[in-house]
Ligand binder design. Structure first.
Ligand code: PNS
Length: 165
């Protein structure tokens, strides 16, 4: 539960799957804000690898010992969700200049839709600047190692998916 005086940030994304780059940003956000809500978009892709429930369960497992990290799923406009959560900040990670153009568009659109909500960009640790959920899925699907790039629980779930296919 958030209290009136808490500074709440929302960290939205598809998280299909959560990577160590995401984890790095979330932990930085947890130090900066009273509460950070990891907000998993339910309908980001038509064919996600993991269901929203699987993504929720994995992220909750990773942050189970972090009292000020909440994990939730959302539908609809991000600014509406942020308002419902009484968040005044949207956190997004910036890895490289190539991220910037789309992130700027989103930040400015979100500012138009929700002028009271500020987007804050954070840089992950250098070792994660090339890590993306898309590349993780591709490397894993082709049999490459992803250890150290995703939380262990995510690696286990990737292995389970592969065993089933
Ligand atoms: O991890 P992603 O796929 O880069 O995250 C994109 C996300 C979830 C942040 C973005 O698609 C989003 O906020 N979607 C919710 C719908 C919305 O509010 N769209 C307008 C944002 S400009």
């Amino acid at each position: 539960m958030s209290t009136a005086r808490e500074r709440v940030a929302v960290y939205p994304g598809s998280f299909d799957p959560l990577t160590n780059g995401h984890v790095d940003i979330i932990l930085r956000g947890a130090r900066l804000f009273d509460r950070i809500v990891v907000a998993i978009l339910r309908n980001a892709e038509k064919h996600p690898l993991f269901t929203p429930e699987e993504r929720l369960a994995m992220a909750r497992d990773v942050f189970r010992e972090h009292a000020n990290v909440d994990v939730d799923a959302f539908d609809g406009l991000l600014v509406d969700y942020a308002s419902r959560r009484k968040a005044s900040v949207i956190v997004r990670g910036l890895r490289a200049v190539s991220d910037f153009e789309f992130e700027l568009q989103m930040a400015l659109m979100n500012r138009r839709l929700g002028p009271d909500i500020e987007t804050v960009f954070m840089m992950p640790a250098e070792q994660y600047t090339y890590v993306s959920s898309r590349l993780i899925k591709e490397v894993f699907a082709l049999g490459g190692p992803v250890a150290g790039l995703v939380p262990e629980v995510v690696e286990e779930h990737l292995r389970e998916k592969r065993a089933k296919n």
